[in-house]
Design a protein around this ligand. Structure first.
Ligand code: NDP
Ligand code: OXD
Length: 310
C-alpha cells in the first residue's frame, strides 16, 4: 500500500525522505509516478491532478498540503464519495502567519513607508501616531491563525476585536460572530486583518458595501485568499480616500498578471502568497499520525467539514 504525493512543488524527494522516517513501511510515490492505482491509500495534495483521485479504488484519506482547502472543496466533484479530507494545522504555519500579520499591522500603524521616505530625504521629522491603545485591530476569522494573530496583538497594547461564525470567548478580545454582527464589527476597526477560509459565505466579503462600513481611513491586511476581496472595489475605496491602503499576501489570480493594478498602486503592497509556508519537517509527523489513525479506524486530526467548506 502507498501514499501518493501530488503537489506540483519540486520537493517530493525531500518529503519522501521525511515520510520514510515516520512511516518506514509505507511506500511513498511522487506524482506522476503513480504505479498501480490500486496501491494508493492516501493522497497528499495541493493543486495537482485532482481529477485523478477517483481513479484510485482503495483511496481512504486525502490530506491537503496546506491549511486552506477551498480549492479542494470547490472541486469536490473530483473527490471520491466518502473519502475524508484533512488539512494542515501546524505551529510553524501559525507562527509564520502571526508574524506576517503583525508585521503588516505595525508597518501601517508606525508609518514605516513614510519614515523610509523621510530617511531618503534626510528629514528628521516626527509623524503623529495614535498610541496602540487607541487603535482597534479587528481579525476576520478567529480560528487557528486568526486566533493566534488576535492574541499576539494584545501585549502590544492594541484594542483587538474578532469575528467568527460561532461565538468565541478569548481573553482580552472583543468577539463578534455571525452575519448579523459583521457591520458592528467592521465599524469599530482601524485595521482589518482577514484570516477567513474562502467559502461561499466569505467570498467577496470585503466589497464596496463592507468597505464603506469601515472607519474612514481603515487599513486592510489580507493573509487568507485573494477572492475574499473584490479587488476593483478595494482600489476604488482606496482611491476615494475611504480606505487608507492594503497589504495583501494573496490575490484573486496567482501569480498576479504583469498588468494587475495592484502592482502600480502606491497604497497597496503585495506579497506572492508567502505569509505561511508549508514546512515539510513540521507537517510530516501529523500526516503520518493521520495515516496511522486511518489504518486503525481512529478519529482523524483536522478533518474538513465539506458542507461547511472549511
Ligand atoms: P480555521 O478553520 O482554523 O479558522 C477559520 C475561522 O474563520 C474560524 O474562526 C471560523 O469560525 C471563521 N469563519 C469561517 N466561516 C465564517 C463565516 N461565514 N462567518 C464568520 N466567520 C467564519 O482556519 P485557519 O485559521 O487555519 O486558516 C484560515 C485561512 O487562512 C485558510 O483557510 C487559508 O485560506 C488561509 N491561509 C493562508 C496562508 C498564506 O500563506 N497566505 C497559509 C495558511 C492559510 P468558527 O470558529 O466559528 O468556525
Ligand atoms: C495554505 C496556504 O492554505 O498556503 O496553507 O495558503
Amino acid at each position: 500500500m502507498a501514499m501518493l504525493y501530488m503537489s506540483g512543488w519540486e520537493n517530493g524527494e525531500h518529503w519522501k525522505g521525511l515520510m520514510r522516517q515516520h512511516l518506514p513501511d509505507v511506500e511513498f510515490r511522487i506524482y506522476p509516478e503513480i504505479g498501480d492505482p490500486a496501491d494508493i491509500e492516501m493522497a497528499l495534495i495541493w493543486h495537482v491532478a485532482l481529477d485523478q483521485l477517483k481513479t484510485f479504488p482503495n483511496l481512504k484519506l486525502i490530506s491537503s498540503l496546506g491549511a486552506g482547502v477551498d480549492h479542494l472543496v470547490g472541486e469536490r466533484h473530483h473527490l471520491p464519495d466518502g473519502v475524508p479530507l484533512t488539512r494542515l494545522v501546524d505551529p510553524s504555519m501559525t507562527s509564520q502567519m502571526t508574524a506576517w500579520c503583525v508585521m503588516a499591522v505595525l508597518n501601517h500603524h508606525r508609518r514605516w513607508d513614510d519614515y523610509r521616505e523621510f530617511h531618503r530625504e534626510r528629514r528628521y521629522e516626527e509623524i503623529d501616531v495614535a498610541p496602540p491603545a487607541d487603535v482597534t485591530v479587528g481579525v476576520l476569522g478567529l480560528g487557528e491563525l486568526g486566533g493566534s494573530v488576535a492574541r499576539a496583538l494584545l501585549p502590544m497594547g492594541y484594542q483587538v476585536t474578532g469575528w467568527s461564525r460561532s461565538p468565541k470567548d478569548i481573553d482580552g478580545v472583543q468577539c463578534f460572530h455571525g452575519a448579523a454582527e459583521l457591520t458592528a464589527f467592521l465599524a469599530g476597526c482601524d485595521i482589518v486583518v482577514c484570516l477567513l477560509p474562502l467559502t461561499d459565505e466569505t467570498r467577496g466579503i470585503l466589497n464596496a458595501e463592507t468597505l464603506s462600513r469601515m472607519k474612514p481611513g481603515a487599513f486592510i491586511v489580507n493573509g487568507a485568499r485573494g477572492a475574499h476581496i473584490v479587488e476593483p472595489d478595494l482600489i476604488a475605496a482606496i482611491d476615494s480616500g475611504r480606505i487608507a491602503g492594503a497589504t495583501v499576501d494573496v490575490q484573486v489570480q496567482e501569480p498576479m498578471a504583469p498588468d494587475h493594478p495592484f502592482w502600480f498602486h502606491p497604497r497597496i503592497l503585495t506579497f506572492p502568497h508567502v505569509a505561511a509556508l508549508t514546512i515539510a519537517e513540521t507537517c510530516a509527523p501529523q500526516i503520518a499520525d493521520n495515516y496511522r489513525r486511518m489504518k486503525d479506524g481512529r478519529p482523524l486530526l483536522n478533518l474538513v467539514d465539506m458542507d461547511r467548506g472549511y
